[in-house]
Design a binder for this molecule. Structure first.
Ligand code: GUN
Length: 279
């Protein structure tokens, strides 16, 4: 039986620590707000945004909510961001993605001040991570590092294979594992012999967005498996990118879906907000 890496418990622990830190800062007169912007009313985005605002409330930081209509122009959105960049009360700015097709995502990401880029998506934040300088780190990969460390899993010197090369998860994940002194391989849809490469992993991190793609034939006995995927079937049952029932018996440790990586993203967003308040 593999050890289950409990993201629910670990994220709750991180939020408790942050709550105490925010209370401490408040006593010293240090406060700040997170501005959360949603353009349009995509239902999945609305759920994420609501959860982010709730987390702010829980740890004791203010959230400012901007729910803009679908037809908002790029210029209007840029004007709002420029205003929030100047606002001293606002320590973090988050534009929920995806934005409507008539708005260019990269232009929006670049408009957010790197000092307030709590998502860690700005090219300056990504560049800082790449060369080991201080900056905000993308929340999901930062959360995975916390899951590993707080579960007592050694990273240094291990073979880590990351499946998926997205800007939000795969690439920053690989950089963070490198920073922790793992030997890192990034794989993707064009990788030859993917199975063999994955079977070389001591730590296998899967973020490809394909339901139950990774079965037992991709996993070495005794590996640690981190599943970033989340898929909902017609009966509302959630599953990941990994065939859990088949892979779990092989592993030393594995994240469940739900309750593994998922809850860590918001905990790390809160961590970035607290970092933004104290920088
Ligand atoms: N959409 C899906 N994930 C994210 C995220 O982490 N941040 C933002 N801003 N939008 C998202």
């Amino acid at each position: 039986m593999a050890k289950l890496i409990d993201g629910k418990r670990i994220s709750a622990q991180i939020k408790e620590e942050l709550k105490a830190k925010v209370a401490d800062l408040k006593e010293k007169g240090i406060t700040g707000a997170l501005a959360v912007i949603q353009v349009g009313d995509d239902p999945a985005s609305s759920v994420y945004v609501r959860n982010k605002k709730r987390a702010c409330e829980y740890i004791g930081i203010d959230s400012l909510s901007y729910e803009l209509p679908e037809k908002t122009t790029q210029e209007e959105l840029l004007e709002l961001i420029a205003r929030l960049n100047q606002d001293k009360k606002v320590k973090g700015i988050l534009v929920q993605l995806p934005v409507p097709a008539h708005i260019d995502e990269n232009t929006i990401i670049k408009a957010i001040s790197p000092q307030k880029d709590v998502d860690g998506f700005h090219p300056q934040s990504v560049g800082a991570l790449t060369i080991g300088q201080k900056g905000f780190v993308s929340c999901t990969p930062a959360g995975i590092i916390q899951l590993l460390k707080r579960s007592g899993i050694e990273i240094e010197g291990k073979n880590c294979v990351v499946v998926g090369r997205s800007n939000i998860v795969g690439k920053p994940m690989a950089l963070l594992m490198l920073r922790e002194n793992a030997t890192v391989t990034i794989t993707h849809s064009k990788t030859e012999n993917l199975k063999e490469v994955c079977r070389g992993a001591d730590i296998l991190i899967v973020a490809i967005g394909k339901k139950e793609f990774i079965d037992a034939s991709y996993v070495k006995e005794g590996a640690v498996v981190i599943d970033v995927g989340i898929h909902r079937d017609e009966n509302n049952k959630l599953s990941g990118d990994v065939k859990f029932d088949e892979v779990e018996p092989l592993c030393e440790a594995i994240t469940p879906v739900p309750g593994g990586v998922g809850p860590m993203t918001i905990a790390m967003l809160m961590n970035n907000c607290v970092q933004a308040m104290t920088d």
